[in-house]
Design a protein around this ligand. Structure first.
Ligand code: ZN
Ligand code: FE
Length: 251
């Protein structure tokens, strides 16, 4: 298995760096400069790039990296991605530094968003965040709910490598949805301590997300009640999700 570390980019992006010896892949290189600095400093050879979706903060660095290292570029085939060499749609298995990685379709944030799954971990881009989920820019609530279900079906011990440090920002909303959820308060204290120490809250722990992330809890009575108070027209999971997601946009 490869080793994983992160390269910070922009205000709150994580570009995940996968290495095996001197061989490297990166996930969602929105900016080339910090990636080049790291690859050069560590004398790494960039063999591949995994892209989750087309937004600029996830693919803006591909051209400069490709010009220098000529990596394979795995990306959603239905989205406009610079330099894509291997278009994917979900359901494939790809080789990443000798490790088989499963590609799953998680549309919602964008229409063909992908996640990359290896034993015990997932790179999910802007689909699932700490205590939150991506905005619905192109997909429907039904698509996003199905995508989150697909991620939630992974084992609880799964480490979730999302693309933004949003956990501290999202937790007050999670608490507004479920004021009586003690696990959210505990997590707030833990996350505050991590952030005060300058440490990331990612990778997330999937089991902890299931206990504290309102978007994975749309059948919990408290979340259903909150959804109904925020314009859900019935208690169907997709309707509750849609209501909570709309509420989050204005929170
Ligand atoms: Zn995005
Ligand atoms: Fe993003």
């Amino acid at each position: 298995m490869f080793e994983i570390s992160f390269i910070p980019a922009f205000k709150d992006n994580y570009i995940w760096l996968l290495t095996r010896g001197k061989r490297a892949f990166v996930v969602d290189p929105g900016d080339a400069a910090p990636v080049i600095d790291r690859l050069v400093a560590d004398d790494l050879r960039l063999e591949g790039i995994l892209v989750t979706h087309h937004h600029a903060d996830h693919q803006g660095g591909i051209a400069a990296l490709a010009a220098r290292w000529h990596p394979v570029v795995y990306a959603p085939g239905n989205e406009s991605i610079t330099g894509c060499t291997h278009p994917l749609s979900g359901g494939e298995s790809i080789d990443v530094l000798g490790q088989a990685v499963d590609v799953i379709a998680v549309s919602g944030h964008t229409r063909s968003h992908l996640a990359y799954v290896a034993p015990g971990l997932v790179f999910c881009g802007d689909t699932l965040f700490g205590a939150g989920c991506g905005r619905l820019f192109e997909g429907t609530p039904a698509q996003m709910t199905a995508s989150l279900d697909r991620l939630a079906a992974l084992p609880d011990e799964t480490r979730v490598y999302c693309a933004h440090e949003y956990t501290a920002m999202n937790l007050p909303f999670a608490l507004a949805v479920e004021p009586d959820n003690a696990a959210i308060r505990e997590r707030m204290a833990k996350v505050s301590a991590l952030r005060a120490a300058g440490l990331p809250t990612v990778p997330l722990h999937l089991g902890e997300e299931k206990a504290t992330n309102p978007f994975l809890r749309c059948t919990e009575p408290a979340v259903v009640a909150a959804g109904l108070q925020h314009a859900a027209v019935n208690r169907e999971k997709v309707e509750i999700f849609a209501a909570i997601r709309r509420w989050r946009n204005d929170f």
